[in-house]
Design a protein around this ligand. Sequence first.
Ligand SMILES: [Zn+2]
Length: 688
Amino acid sequence: MVQQKRRTHIDFIGPIKKDHPVIFTESALVGIIEGYLRKYHLVEVDALIPQSIFQFPLMWDEKTFWNADYTNEYTEEIIHDIYLNESVKFFDIIRLAIMNIKKDKGNVTSEWKYLRIRLVEDTMVSLSEIKPTMINTPACFEATVIGVEPKMMYIKTAWFECPKGHPGNEIPCDKYRKLQTPVCQYSEGAAACGEKMRLIPEKSSQDYVQGIVIQEPIESTKFGNPVEHDAKIADDLVGPLRVSQKLKMSGILRTVIDRKTNENEIYYDIISYTDTLHSKEAMPTDDELKQMKKDSKEPDFMLKLIKSFVPEVYGLDSVKEALILGLSGGVRAKTKRGSINILLLGDPSTAKSTLLKECAEIITKSLYTSGKSASAAGLTAAAVKRPNGMWMIMPGVVVLCNDGFVFIDELDKATPDDRSSLHEAMEQQTVSIAKAGMHMTFPARTSIFAAGNPQSGKWEMALSAAENVNLPPTLLSRFDIKFRILDVKDYNRDSQMAQHILNQFTEVVEKLYSREFLRKYFSYINTLKPLMTTEASQELLKTYRDLRTKSKDQEAVIIDTRQLEGLIRLSTAHAKCYFREKITVEDVVHAVRVYFESLKSFGFDPESGAVDQTTFFSSAKTNKETTFWNVFQGVDEEEKGGVLPESLIKKLAESTQFDEESARRAVEHKHSRENKIYMNKEGRYMRV
Ligand SMILES: [Zn+2]
């Protein structure tokens, strides 16, 4: 870390706050700031117009300056003191100082009263570095807004009057935006009046204050729980903030003890914020890019990428290639998503987690999470009750990683709520939530790579994918590409793996790309937008038709339009990998090959046509007939003396085989066509 010039809060706050509080009149404060601006920032002030935003630098250089009257010399420390003690009035003081300087050049119009001011601090800290001991210390940090409470009014400057009719007083709120009711100090001769004064709301000025929740940016906490803080914004900062916005903020950590409830409220008082414009993504330099493009012309470029991707994981080349295509991403088109979703299923300890974690290491804007232990807001979004009793809608990781990636391990352990809202995120690219009288829709153009383990701990070959991992077929169908990785005991593979592990120790490994290289490579190719060519789309159409024809022969669905869209995205990604501006037939051929490899991992052979997409979702073992009678028997055992039609239909619709409509038809069919069930006097079905 760079050596910081800042002193610690202790030698700064301690003695000054306790023993030498800054007590100046407002005009003296204005004089100090004016002197400071005249000495160091006159050029910037001269350039200002009333519509500008003045960036007031809050430095820690110990520069010295005289106040406006040249009566006292100060160091910058005094600016910080004013900032801390007069934070509510701080910007007004700066404005007045600027207006004084502007008076040199002629009359100052009243427009200057609305000059916008932002604080710029020299050193940034991370929210996770902030400790409770830093109370009252200004700090500058990057944060994402993850919750916004409704805005509230507060009294900025109150007008108090004495019930006995003595002259009134104007009293500004303190730095916690709280008012202390004064007693009347009016005296006629001897003692002061001492009457408790009354607040006159009509003569008081009010403004807005809003509670928000901020979180450190996801990039800095890839594998942990991001630090959260309560914060408050006030006055002209209130309004434009939206959830999931990332900002550079400066603020002061405040602690307020409520004497009535004895509760301690700790929050960040945000003094200013600006959008973070710069992206932290590591882009290749011009030379590096030139080299990458040259490398991509080599015939074994993709193989080298695959070998460089998690080299400690042996084999799984097709899976790695699919992940590489997924990380490159497609291109968004009108209503169609561009992000690629990938699902890795299979036995535990088959490197699925390792692969996902590596993806998170390579991609800057991404988060690695587990289905069971996401944040309070879950994977997508949730209404969360705040300690102050207010409800707040908070975005989950999929929303926070908008335009990025989320890697979800153990998707099978996600809550039913999360699983159902993932549907929307993965298809419409939005997350909507309606709860506690609030409704919000967040953009979620997020790529989702997930992994899932079988419920029983071991993949059961007789069962379908949906049954093995306990995920609804509709969710499975949202993934462009699915792989099954089995823990097969295979002598050849074992000895090859042993050789591979030994190689890593003996350094006979060929020269691979570093993680740093991959990081820059994906940052760059992610920005590319290759165009579809007629030849490439003809090739896609041909593949699609071939597979459809085979479907007809097999009476099974090999491919539908959802998979066709997936193939377009994968072909696009392949073209991006090679820095191509146009998608070629070769890109399509490779994308289709990767897709076929994924089908083969489930034991299907797309070349011979023996593929049935439905077996992803339901096994032959549990066909409709079996399901029907299993459910019937289950309900019969529960209800005794026959089965009520509605409970039978309801239970059938809950199975993977039926929806409500088809359940109703099946019951009708069994009753009046096949005569396998009949209705008894109580209106209950009995088995014939
Ligand atoms: Zn009085």
